[in-house]
Design a binder for this molecule. Structure first.
Ligand SMILES: Nc1ncnc2c1ncn2[C@@H]1O[C@H](COP(=O)(O)OP(=O)(O)OP(=O)(O)O)[C@@H](O)[C@H]1O
Length: 869
């Protein structure tokens, strides 16, 4: 046995081998040490012919799933080795073989499997300057492929799909992607595969064979050369590990990131789309507000909507139209939601059916879900919105499948498949007979005995049982003459003979081992039903998708009604005009109706960039995020929290919000900030929306202001960027840019002074704030009075040296600079013969300098003087 074990282990080196021996799975050597450590199990030893006893660890067969799941969740792979029939030998002979390898991305029922989240396995091949990607969820059968041009975009895609496992070629580790970060931050397991998995011909052949096509053009994926390799490797890996034909993977579709709004990883996090920034939980995210879906399939679909907003106005408006109609018919919408209530996760159930792992209860749940479809269709048929009509068409009532399951399987079957009690009475004659045999066997024997006694006239005739000969009709020797011809002698006793008849033989067959036969037959029939259902996977998956879509629209419609959202006008006009906009999450978190609504107006010309000032805590970040979220919600096809909204489609949303330290990667706060700014400026287009919160605050005031200033100049230049931008800042100096740079408008969030204190009005108004109220906010936060008072003194002193005045004047090309040197300073300069500096100063043509150039000149001159003194 040990030899066989070692041979199998050699083949599955990177897995923990669960080796079935009787009622236990056993692990040996390193696997035993690892499992005992990870799962805190007792380690024993086994004689294995070696000097030392082999370390050994055992897990009861019936509890194995839980242990396997725990190992998978810790990033291990588990190979399950069982006894199977040996095809090379006569039937009945068995050998041990690995029946399935469970990995983080291929687990079917791990406890950590969040039903509202896809369990993706991602295959990545890094070839020359690009990446081929394929993504699959074997629990739902979803599968698609794509190509990504660079590592930055690849990381964005990885963040978007957040796979449980990545398989890749070796080059991936040298492609500039921070794999340690993916492992640590996102908890993704990454396994590199041998080069042969990524062989072009092998991969193409694999896909052709799996999808039964002669060429890949038929699948619509032939334009994705590296994507095909990634997909081929993915299927090879799945077949290798799952050891099945993967019949639930019926389609593969190309995925083009360009069809969706681009949101980079940090913006995704900053906007808290599916989880909060700090707690990493759904509560407090946009998804939390929008998700009122009834089914797990719906929840997954909604999540993908939120993660992939659209950029095609027509498609968005089709979704909005569906929502509008659902809200015009609220009774019907709610009726649909009632019918969705008992619908289980059809996508995952049908995959379990394909994997033959669905148990009788799963099948009953499946049928009871399908029973709802005709009712849903009945209500849906009155809807006119094209998307709802398509859903209606795609929804197959699947009555044949419901009937099959309902006829075959009892309403409340036991959990275990092998304990009988699964098949409904009347479905199969033999099952019924075996069942009666178990209970009515004795009665039948007595009836036969009486019948034979009367027929033959043998008064002493009795049916007897013997362990060796089974049942027999016993006739004492006195009545020997009366024994009929059809009696076959079986056994001779001292003063009696025992006989068997055809009828008694059949009865015996029925009674003896009825239970075993019954269980085996029930299991066989159950498996047949499951296989038959499994053959309808394409119809079921299409219906499941339709139900998921309907669930999402009904949920979005309900949320819109409850939260008083409006239908946005979505077009290609390039104008974002929101009246009375609210932050969808913050308004849910604070007391009723306490949220102050605000307007936003951004266009492609005069009002492209809003510079927003206001004290700390005024609501700048909330306002900017709310604008981004309203645009994003509109583009997923949802109604929005506003009184009125026009949303000109944006192609990308970039955010630079707050200071998120990235100490793990060895980068300082400022470095992270600048890296994000660099990414934004490189990738934003004139159709993008930028949310920039306090750019430059991570460094010295002077440098910070200069960087912020230069960033705004860059964005305002339509040739360089031209994006619509909301820019919050504490540098009041930046408000000087209004009227001087094209497209810039100042806004501030109003506050009211009340003596020494301030009241936050949360209202955005035109114009720049003239004060920062930092000290008042510090007072509100409870900073001790002594510190507050000292700070006030310092503010008075510092204001003289404030750079504000200098910037103000420098920003105005027409004005004479206010920053002048007094006569005393001038004479001092003369005495030390600093005439060159004075000459330089005199020679400056203020009228022709940009504010930035003026600021830099002043800075250089000041430095020269400082250095000489
Ligand atoms: N429009 C609003 N209506 C009601 N409450 C609001 C509104 N906007 C913001 N708030 C509340 O004010 C708090 C502070 O808002 P926010 O963080 O946006 O301020 P800020 O101006 O960005 O502050 P800082 O400059 O210090 O980052 C929020 O947590 C929120 O609870």
């Amino acid at each position: 046995m040990m030899q066989e074990y070692c041979k199998t282990k050699e083949e599955y080196k990177d897995c923990i081998l669960f080796y079935r021996l009787g009622d236990f799975y056993e692990m040996f050597f390193d696997d035993a040490l690892l499992v005992s450590k990870e799962l805190e199990l007792t380690l024993t030893g086994k004689d294995c012919g070696l000097e030392e006893r082999a370390p050994m660890c055992g897990i009861p067969f019936h509890a194995a799933d839980t242990y396997i799941n725990r190992l998978i969740e810790r990033g291990h792979k588990v190979a399950i080795c069982e006894q199977v029939e040996d095809p090379k030998k006569a039937k009945g002979l068995v050998k041990r073989a690995v029946i399935r390898v469970v990995t983080p991305g291929t687990t079917l029922d791990a406890t950590s499997l969040d039903e509202s989240k896809n369990n993706y396995l991602m295959s990545i091949v890094s070839i020359a300057d690009r990446f081929g990607c394929a993504i699959a969820d074997i629990t739902t059968g979803d599968c698609f492929l794509t190509e990504v041009p660079n590592s930055q975009k690849l990381v964005d895609e990885i963040n978007k799909f957040s796979p449980a496992e990545i398989i890749c070629n070796d080059s991936f580790f040298m492609s500039g992607v921070d794999t340690d970060d993916l492992k640590e931050r996102l908890g993704i397991c990454i396994f590199s595969l041998d080069a042969w998995y990524f062989d072009d011909d092998t991969c193409r052949k694999e896909l052709r064979e799996h999808f039964h096509v002669t060429n890949l053009e038929g699948l619509g994926i032939s334009d994705y050369d590296s994507g095909i390799i990634a997909a081929g490797a993915l299927f090879l890996y799945l077949k290798e590990t799952q050891k099945t034909a993967l019949s639930q993977m019926t389609t593969i579709r190309p995925y083009t990131a360009e069809r969706y709004m681009l949101i980079d990883s940090s913006s995704r996090r900053n906007l808290e789309l599916v989880e909060t920034l700090r707690e990493k939980q759904k509560r407090g995210s946009l998804l939390w507000v929008l998700d009122k879906t009834k089914t797990a399939m719906g929840a997954r679909t909604l999540r993908s909507f939120v993660e992939q907003p659209l950029i095609d106005a027509e498609e968005i408006n089709r979704r909005l139209e569906a929502l509008e109609e659902l809200n015009e018919k609220p009774m019907l919408r709610d009726e649909i939601r009632e019918y969705l209530n008992p619908v289980y996760d059809l996508e995952r159930l049908v995959s379990r059916i394909s994997f033959k792992s669905a148990n009788p209860r799963d099948m009953v749940a499946f049928a009871s879900s399908l029973e709802m479809i005709p009712y849903i269709k009945q209500v849906l048929k009155d809807f006119q919105a094209p998307i709802l009509k398509e859903i209606y068409e795609d929804m197959d009532s699947l009555e044949d499948i419901t009937d099959l399951i309902k006829h075959a399987i009892v309403d409340e079957p036991p959990l275990a498949q092998k304990d009988g009690g699964i098949i409904r009475e009347g479905f199969n004659e033999d099952v019924d007979k075996f069942r009666s045999a178990r209970t009515d066997g004795k009665k039948w024997l007595t009836e036969l005995e009486t019948k034979e006694r009367e027929r033959t006239g043998i008064k002493s005739l009795k049916i007897k049982y013997n362990r060796v000969f089974g049942y027999a009709l016993e006739v004492t020797n006195t009545f020997k003459e009366l024994v009929p011809e059809n009696y076959i002698r079986k056994q001779t006793l001292a003063n009696a003979e025992r006989y068997i008849t055809e009828e008694l033989k059949n009865l015996e067959n029925m009674i003896l081992g009825a239970e075993d036969k019954l269980y085996a037959l029930e299991y066989e029939l159950f498996s047949n039903v499951r296989d038959k259902v499994g053959q309808e996977v394409i119809r079921i998956q299409r219906t499941a998708k339709a139900i998921a879509g309907l669930d999402v629209f009904a949920s979005l419609a309900l949320v819109a009604e409850r939260n008083h959202y409006v239908r946005p006008k979505v077009n290609e006009g390039g104008i974002i005009d929101i009246k009375g906009g609210r932050h969808p999450v913050v308004e849910q978190m604070i007391d009723n109706d306490m949220f102050i609504a605000n307007d936003t107006y951004l266009d492609n010309t005069k009002k492209r960039i809003s510079i927003i000032t206001g004290p700390n805590m005024a609501g700048k970040s909330t306002y900017m995020r709310q604008t981004a979220l309203i645009v994003l919600m509109a583009q997923i096809g949802s109604f929005v929290p506003a009184d009125k909204a026009v949303v000109g489609i944006v192609d990308r949303i970039f955010t630079r919000v707050g200071a998120s330290d990235d100490l793990a990667s060895g980068q300082s706060t400022f470095m992270v900030e600048m890296t994000e700014v660099a990414n934004i400026l490189r990738n934003a287009t004139a159709k993008s929306l930028l949310i920039l919160d306090e750019i430059g605050r991570g460094t010295s005031t002077f440098d910070g202001l200069a960087i912020a200033w230069a960033v705004i100049e860059h964005i305002s230049n339509t040739k360089l960027c031209g994006a619509k931008t909301l820019f919050a800042t504490h540098y009041h100096e930046l408000t000087e840019l209004e009227g001087k740079l094209s497209g810039v408008t100042n806004y501030c969030i109003a506050v009211k002074e009340k003596g020494d204190d301030i009241v936050f009005l949360r209202k955005i108004v035109k114009g720049g704030a003239d004060k920062s109220y930092g000290i008042q906010v510090a007072k509100l936060a409870g900073v001790p009075d002594s510190v507050i008072n000292r700070a006030k003194e310092l503010v008075e002193e510092l204001s003289d040296a404030d750079i504000t005045a200098a910037v103000k004047d420098l920003a105005s090309p027409k004005k004479k600079p206010k920053v002048e040197m007094d006569m005393a300073q001038m004479s001092l300069f003369d005495t030390v013969q600093d005439n060159d500096i004075i000459e330089e100063l005199k020679g400056i043509d203020i009228g022709n300098l940009t504010p930035m150039e003026a600021l830099n000149t002043l800075y250089n001159l000041q430095n020269k003087i400082k250095n000489r003194w």
